[in-house]
Ligand binder design. Structure first.
Ligand code: SF4
Ligand code: SF4
Length: 136
């Protein structure tokens, strides 16, 4: 049977959009890597939803201490981390809110916001120096 797709304004009130395919036990998701989960077509993981972002977080591996703050606080699960090692940002889903930058504790920060069209290598070349502590 072919699937029928409907627009967001055609969905009936009270409809339930399931996150996973029926054969995938949702409880397993906790122990399954994001890319290995059997997401249903109605889950936004399968969609590119970062296209209205105007600023993006750029990640600097040289400074990061893998504290995982950004991973914990990102409201959109867009920080990619494996085995407690920060890997980078999932730009297909990141909305550019800047929360990850706010919670990053390093000096200078290991994530900084840049314009959406900024080249990542150029952004890294502009990274600020470590701030000296004031004696006051
Ligand atoms: S900018 Fe916001 S959505 Fe994007 S990775 Fe950072 S916290 Fe997540
Ligand atoms: S919050 Fe900063 S230091 Fe911590 S893992 Fe994220 S990028 Fe690295």
């Amino acid at each position: 049977m072919s699937k029928k797709y409907v627009g967001w304004d055609e969905v009936s009130q009270g409809s339930v959009l399931f996150s996973f395919e029926e054969e995938f036990n949702a409880l397993e998701a906790v122990h399954t890597k994001q890319e290995d989960r059997l997401y249903a077509d109605t889950n936004s993981f399968k969609a590119y939803v970062g296209d209205w972002r105007v600023v993006k977080p750029v990640y600097n591996r040289d400074i990061c201490i893998d504290c995982q703050n950004c991973w914990v606080f990102c409201p959109d699960t867009s920080i990619v981390s494996r085995d407690k090692k920060m890997i980078g940002v999932d730009y297909e889903h990141c909305k550019g809110c800047g929360v990850c930058v706010e919670v990053c504790p390093t000096n200078p920060k290991s994530l900084l916001m840049f314009g959406e069209n900024e080249d990542s290598d150029e952004a890294l070349a502009k990274w600020p120096e470590k701030k000296k502590k004031s004696k006051e």
